[in-house]
Every structure is written in C-alpha cells, then in structure tokens.
Design a protein around this ligand. Structure first.
Ligand SMILES: Nc1nc2c(c(=O)[nH]1)N[C@H]1C(S)=C(S)[C@@H](COP(=O)(O)OP(=O)(O)OC[C@H]3O[C@@H](n4cnc5c(=O)[nH]c(N)nc54)[C@H](O)[C@@H]3O)O[C@H]1N2
Ligand SMILES: Nc1nc2c(c(=O)[nH]1)N[C@H]1C(S)=C(S)[C@@H](COP(=O)(O)OP(=O)(O)OC[C@H]3O[C@@H](n4cnc5c(=O)[nH]c(N)nc54)[C@H](O)[C@@H]3O)O[C@H]1N2
Ligand SMILES: [Mo]
Length: 766
C-alpha cells in the first residue's frame, strides 16, 4: 500500500535565527523519529569532520585543523542519522512490493525504507527486484557491457564517492572504451569549471578557511548558507563579530544569511537576543539580475575612482595589480561606462543608491571574498555570472592575497575531488597520455557525454547503457517526463547505491541494484581497515575513516564493486592489479599521485594532516595558468542572465527551484522547511502578493504550472498551492526535484550545459 503523506499543511512566518534551539530540536526529533538514539551514534557524530574520524556525507565545506568538539551542523547530523538508520530495505521488502507499485510512492518514503542490504536483479516477469549473488551480478553486467558499444554506455557519478573509488571508476570506464563520465557537477558548478579557468586559470576557488578570519568584507551571491553549508556560518559569525560587512544578494530572504545563533556556544544560546545579524545588507535581487547588480557596483567603483583621480587622492582601482597581473581591463571599463543605470536598476531590482553604497564600502575594503552558489551557476549565462564576480574582485586586486579571493561553494562532499582525479567527459582535463603509458591501453580521446547530453542520448536511443556510482540521476535531471519514459529502453541499467530512489525504479532490459558501504562504515580488506580521502570546497584533501559496523554483511565497498566490474568487463587487463589495489587502498593513492603529481605529492604521507593538505592552486599565489598568463577581465555580453526569457505582456513568471531545510538534493527527509515556515507539503508555489493579485489568484488555491515554451513538449506539474512569500515580482519559487518536469533540456547554461533551473519560464494554469 502506498504510504500516506500528511495533509496537515501549515505556512507561517519564521522569525527566529538559524542555528539555535530550532536546529537542535529538529535534529533530536528526527533522531527519535528514526528510532536512532541508539548505541554508538552520538559517539559517531563526535568523529564527524575530525582528523581521526570521517568526513561528513553532506556538504563539502572545509574542515578546520582544530575542530570544535561538535564539528557538525544540523544538516550534517541529519545526513549521518539518515545514512545510519536502523531500518533495512532488503529482499523481503522487494518481495512485498512490485516496482510499478513503488513508482507511485513519494521520494521520501522510498529512502525511508532504510539501507539496501543485498545485490538485486530486476525480474520483468514478476516486476520485482530479486536477490542475486555478487558473482552472478558482476558476470552478467560484464557480459552485457562487452555486448554494448562502449560509446553508448554512460558512467555517471554523484559527488560522494571517495577519491580512491572515483579514480578507479574513471579508469575502468576509459579502459572499457568510454569517455562518457558525467557527474553531478554538470548540474551544479560546471559554470564555475568553465568560467574560472578563463578568468584566473583555476577551475576551483582560491580561498582557504584562514582567509575568512583575515577578510574585511564579503559578498554572498545566490547561496543558501544556513541550509546548504551551515558550518560556514561559524567563520561568518566570527567575521560579523569583527564588524566585517557582508553583502548578500538573493531573491529569497533566506534565514541563514539573516540571523544565526551558534548552537555550540552556550552564551550565544542562552542570551535572549535575536542572534547575530549575518548580512550587514541583504538585497533581494531579481532572479537572474546578478550581472546587472554587479555591473552597477563595478560602475560605481569606477565613478569613485574617477573622482579620486580628479581630486588627486589615492586611486580606488588597484592599478598596480591591474597593470601587472591582468588583461582586458580597457574593454571591461568601456563596458561599464556604456552600461545605463536605468537598465541596471530595472534588471537587478536594486536601487542605485544601494548599489553605490556597496561600491563605497567595497572601495574602502582591502581583503574581500566573493562567495557564491547555485543562484549564479544555474542560469543560461551562469558562466558570465561567475566571470562577472571575478571582474569585480580583480578591479581591486582581491585575488591571490590573504583574506581575499573567489569562493565557489561546492555541493556534494567530494564533487570537487572527483573532477581532480579524472572523472570528466572532457579529455583535455585528464592526463590520458599518462594513463596510456602507465596502464598499457589506448584511452578514448573524443569528448564524452555530459549530463544533459546523456539525457538527450537516452531520449534519442543512442545511449544504451547506464552505470550510476551513487546519485538519483533521473530525478535530478531536467525534462524528467521525457527522460523517465525513454529510460526503460536502456539495454543495461546498473546502480551502485545506499538507499532506494526513483531512478532505481526505471528498469531497462538488464537491471541491477548494487548496495555499497557508506563512508561511515568500516571497510575491511585484506590488509586491514581502510581509509579513504576526499577534497573539500577549498581544495584541501582529507582522510576519512569509517568505524561504524556495516549495516549488512552483504555489502561491498565502492572501490571493490568498481574493481570487480572492471575485472568482469575487461578480464585481460593484466596491467592493472585491481586485487592488489583493493587489498590496500594506499596503493590506489600511490597511483593517484603517479597520475596527478602536481596535486598529490606525498599523498599517503600527507592525507591524514589535520585540516587536510592544500592542493597547489596557483591563482591563490597570483600565478595565472591562463593561455596569456594573466588574470582576464571578461565583460559580460548581456545585463540579463537569462536574456531569452520573454515575459513582456504575458502571464509568465520565472521559476526558481530551491532546496528546503529538510532535504539533501533528491533525498527528502521530510516536509518541514522550518526556515521558510512551510510545513506539511512541498507542493507549493511561492509568489509575490502583487503577482497573486495580478493573476486573480488567492492564497492556498491549488494551481498547475506549465512551462512557457513553444517546442511542442507538454510540461506540467499539478496541484501546487499558491503561497504568498517575499519573492521579487515576476519571480516565483518552488522545490527541486518536484518541479524538474518543467525544465526543458535545452534550457541550460551556454557551453557549461548546467540546467538553468533558477530561471524557468512558467505559466499558471487554474
Ligand atoms: N542541507 C543540504 N545541504 C546541501 C544540499 C542539500 O540539498 N541540502 N545540496 C548540496 C549540493 S549538491 C549543492 S550544489 C549545494 C547547493 O547549495 P546552494 O548553492 O545554496 O543551492 P540552492 O539551495 O539550490 O540555491 C541557492 C540560493 O540561490 C538563490 N537564487 C536563486 N536564483 C538566484 C539568482 O538569480 N540570483 C541570486 N543571487 N540568487 C538566486 C536561491 O534563493 C537560494 O537561496 O548544497 C549542498 N549542500
Ligand atoms: N531543479 C533542480 N534540479 C537540480 C538542482 C536544483 O537546484 N534544481 N540541483 C542540481 C545539483 S546541484 C545536483 S548536485 C544534482 C544532484 O544529483 P545526484 O547527485 O544524482 O542526486 P542525490 O540526490 O544527491 O543522490 C541521492 C542518492 O545517492 C545515493 N547515495 C547516497 N550516499 C551514497 C554513497 O555513499 N554511495 C553511493 N554509491 N550512493 C549513495 C542514494 O541511493 C541516494 O538516493 O541535482 C541537480 N538538479
Ligand atoms: Mo550540486
């Protein structure tokens, strides 16, 4: 029977700080609900993000060398408890429920069944997953892969697998003959990976944790810090206590960047006050209005510099830095001078005096960090957004000096590291010659498929096999309707996973669900218990040691599963001693060091360093690895991040899809978005009061939402509740992944191909 979802819906204003008692009590309620206040779990939490413990499975925020006693946040602890649930989703569950029946269940109920315990094979006759031995599974998958054209098979990675598992996985795919290695970062920070190298010669950010204690100003663009990287609130709070101005740009008034109480600080907790004011100024920028807002700030900085020049006072632009280190300033300056204030104000939705105020404070600050998240990257011009933030920082030399730099806040806990060790569909980013030399094979040299190209291939029928190392691909991607339908035509569908999700319920001709150990669990191999490693958002690499007992005796580690798949698929690859690598993961780290010596010098010696060891990010030392060896100003081509959405004279809104405080990506823990005051449902459409009136709607009314596009595809999500909310007029907001069927595949960042899920043109249908 389909589990019931509560119909008690409550929408109320949340005026409390984030952190504080609210977060602790929500966490404890969750633990009780899960029946999880049991042996060992609290001592496990004490090991979270510690040098001798494990890296949190939630976000990728940096881990300090000297951690607090509780180096975890509400959401990190939730992720741990969710992972270490007492519940099990074993063969008996699948004997009771057909796959067709389960397809009707909400996402939350699928994962709530608990951890997967045994390898399973889909049987089309019974429409059920049935237990199978590991050996049979590997043998049949190997045989199917050998039957398929490697170019038609995709090897997807979500961002959680360790550096060791990821390195082996990409090597396996390439030996097999495929460079189709998309990962979740194709839907996430690919705009960063495309934009930053051209601007500053590094695909990743330039700041480290210590820069946060040295900066004297910060920007936050499009990041919901209180929910998606809450441990960052600690350095942010410390900065605010030093009176560091923090300028935040976000269409939604997200609580975490408004008020915060530190749940680990008794004085803070017991004081009756409203908590720390996290943003000195919070601007509700129009969705997609960031290029305009940043142009306004930069234009005002230029005006201040003009005035300084006239008065003979010291310059506002860092002309020494610009002359020595950059290229393209003249063109950028011409762009700024030509930009009209009326356009800037109309498109950003921010008044000119406000932008001038930011410019004035920025001009007085000497060490500025530019933080950003999905609000910049998930747009048609996501790459230009990222580059515009670089431009703004470069104007005053805020790159490559203490307390300053660009700070892309990455998502999954090892998403950045997976790219570092070769998970990439772009051959130019991977040391293919070394792989060829060290492992005696000819790796494919052509560009592989990224995430949206994989979806296109599945729809067109050219993709015939899919292997997923974690994730919930079909639920996370755009165009969910067409992709789901086409998915069943796959010849082979293999998922390596910890919990059941909707993607697993879309079988192809041959379908396997392979359960793996989580990072929190002891991984015992021939040489003893193994440690793995991952890279955080600030390019620091950490060891991670799982000590929890495995939730089932029949689980294998991710590296072991990858090795067995490789052996079964390419049995004659004697140049790779897969079994030796699995016996002792330090050998895999030696191989990573051999292939990527610039990043992993003395990997085995250094990876247990408290706080991690830093990869050599040249841009943080003002060495620019761009073709012209300079940091480049890149003027945007437009003031509008989504110039092709035409809303003139129409009943069209631009939809922003966001995460709630009660989810990790497609993993929905529950229906309580405490920080936005929305309880009991996720089927809401947050709208500006003026738009509600303009469209003749009433609060609480149920409506359908359709994509405003003329391409013959019907995209509709039914039964959303109109919810008045503080959103800029013309924008509306709702939850990912429920609204993903509305996102056309072609609505994506130019070049980077990140789905433009923060700006979907939609119409309301009553
Ligand atoms: N608890 C929790 N933690 C997570 C995740 C999770 O789902 N739950 N997911 C992980 C992953 S994979 C990622 S990538 C990160 C994502 O973390 P974030 O980058 O914070 O992602 P989102 O919550 O999707 O959106 C960020 C913010 O962008 C704002 N925004 C939308 N459009 C615009 C715009 O046009 N301009 C501006 N300036 N802002 C805009 C939204 O209002 C929202 O507050 O978090 C990681 N951490
Ligand atoms: N509309 C809209 N769409 C979006 C976004 C958005 O903001 N709006 N955000 C995009 C972003 S930033 C991202 S990163 C993607 C996320 O896309 P994915 O990374 O594909 O999705 P997740 O929800 O993180 O994957 C959850 C599943 O991973 C599996 N899992 C969990 N832990 C482990 C583990 O340790 N090992 C293995 N093997 N499996 C594990 C579990 O089975 C779980 O069900 O979604 C993207 N899609
Ligand atoms: Mo992400």
């Amino acid at each position: 029977m389909k589990p019931a979802v509560t119909d008690h819906v409550e929408i109320k204003k949340y005026d409390h700080p984030t952190g504080g008692w609210g977060s602790l009590s929500s966490l404890i309620r969750k633990a009780y609900g899960e029946g999880l206040l049991m042996s060992g779990i609290w001592s496990t939490l004490l090991k979270q993000n510690k040098a001798d413990g494990y890296m949190c499975v939630s976000c990728s925020w940096a881990k300090p060398a000297e951690p607090r006693p509780f180096e975890f946040c509400e959401n990190g602890a939730k992720a741990t408890l969710w992972d270490q649930t007492k519940l099990r989703c074993g063969p008996d569950f699948f004997a009771r429920h057909s796959v067709t029946e389960l397809l009707d269940w909400p996402d939350c109920e699928l994962e709530k069944q608990g951890r997967l315990t045994d390898p399973l094979r889909y049987n089309a006759v019974t429409d059920r997953y049935e237990p199978v031995s590991w050996n049979e599974a590997f043998a049949e998958i190997g045989m199917e892969l050998r039957r398929l054209d490697p170019k038609s098979v995709v090897f997807y990675t979500s961002g959680r697998a360790s550096l060791e598992a990821s390195f082996m996985y990409q090597l396996f795919a390439r030996i097999y003959g495929s460079s189709n290695l998309p990962d979740s970062s194709n839907m996430c920070h690919e705009s960063t990976s495309v934009g930053l190298p051209r601007s500053i010669g590094s695909p990743v950010g330039t700041v480290q944790l210590e820069d946060f204690s040295q900066c004297d100003m910060m920007f936050f663009f499009g990041h919901n810090t209180g929910v998606t990287a809450p441990r960052l609130l600690h350095p942010l709070q410390e900065a605010r206590e030093r009176n560091v101005p923090v300028f935040t740009f976000n269409p939604l008034p997200e609580r975490g960047l408004k008020r915060f109480k530190n749940p680990q600080n008794p004085v803070d907790m017991l004081s009756p006050g409203p908590g720390t004011k996290m943003s000195s100024d919070f601007f509700q920028v129009r969705g997609g209005g960031d290029i305009a807002a940043m142009t306004g700030i930069a234009k005002a900085v230029l005006a201040l510099d003009d005035a300084a020049r006239e008065q003979g006072s010291s310059r506002i632009l860092d002309i020494g830095f610009i002359a020595e280190h950059t290229h393209g300033f003249a063109e950028f300056e011409a762009y700024l001078r030509a930009a009209a204030w009326d356009d800037i104000v109309a498109r950003s939705g921010i008044a000119r005096p406000d932008l001038e105020h930011v410019a004035e404070v920025y001009s007085r600050s000497n060490a500025v960090i530019g933080n950003y998240g999905m609000g910049l990257t998930q747009h048609r011009h996501g790459t230009e957004n990222v580059q515009m933030l670089c431009n703004l920082l470069l104007m005053r030399g805020n790159m490559g000096k203490p307390g300053a730099g660009i700070s892309p806040l990455r998502g999954h806990s090892n998403v950045q590291g997976q790219r570092t060790v070769g998970i990439s569909e772009k051959p130019e980013l991977v040391p293919l010659d070394k792989f060829a030399e060290f492992y005696a094979f000819e790796p494919p040299r052509e560009k592989g498929l990224d995430t949206v190209e994989t979806c296109e291939g599945v729809i067109a029928g050219s993709v015939k096999g899919f292997v997923g190392l974690g994730g919930n691909f079909v639920r996370a991607v755009p165009e969910t309707g067409l992709v789901e339908k086409a998915w069943r035509r796959l010849g082979l569908h293999v998922e390596i996973a910890t919990k059941l999700n909707r993607s697993h319920l879309l079988p192809g001709a041959v379908t396997y669900l392979l359960p793996c150990l989580s990072r929190l669990e002891r991984d015992r191999q021939a040489s003893g218990d193994q440690t793995v490693s991952m890279e955080d958002s600030t390019a620091c690499i950490h060891g991670s040691f799982g000590s929890r007992p495995p939730v089932s005796p029949n689980l294998l580690s991710e590296p072991k599963i990858v090795a067995e798949l490789a052996k079964a698929t390419v049995p004659d690859m004697s140049s790779i001693p897969w079994d030796k690598w699995i016996a002792d993961y330090s050998r895999i780290r030696d191989e990573i060091e051999r292939c990527f010596p610039q990043h992993f010098r003395q990997f085995n010696k250094r990876f247990l360093t408290p706080g991690g060891f830093h990869r050599d990010i040249k841009a943080s030392k003002r060495i620019w690895e761009t073709p012209n060896k300079k940091a480049n100003f890149k003027p945007p081509t437009t003031l509008e991040t989504d110039p092709d959405i035409d809303v003139s004279g129409q009943k069209v809104l631009t939809l922003i899809t966001v995460r709630s405080n009660d989810q990790f990506n497609t993993t929905v823990y529950g229906y309580d978005d405490r920080l936005r005051g929305i309880h009991g449902t996720r089927m809401v459409l947050l709208m500006n009061e003026a738009d509600i009136q303009r469209f003749g709607l009433t609060a609480g009314q149920q409506i359908d939402l359709e994509t405003h596009a003329d391409d013959g595809v019907e995209r509709r999500v039914r039964g959303l509740r109109v919810t008045p909310y503080s959103v800029p007029q013309g924008n509306c907001a709702g939850y990912y992944p429920e609204l993903n069927p509305l996102v056309p595949l072609w609505h994506r960042a130019k070049e980077a191909h990140v789905p433009a899920v923060k700006s979907v043109p939609v119409r309301i249908v009553c």
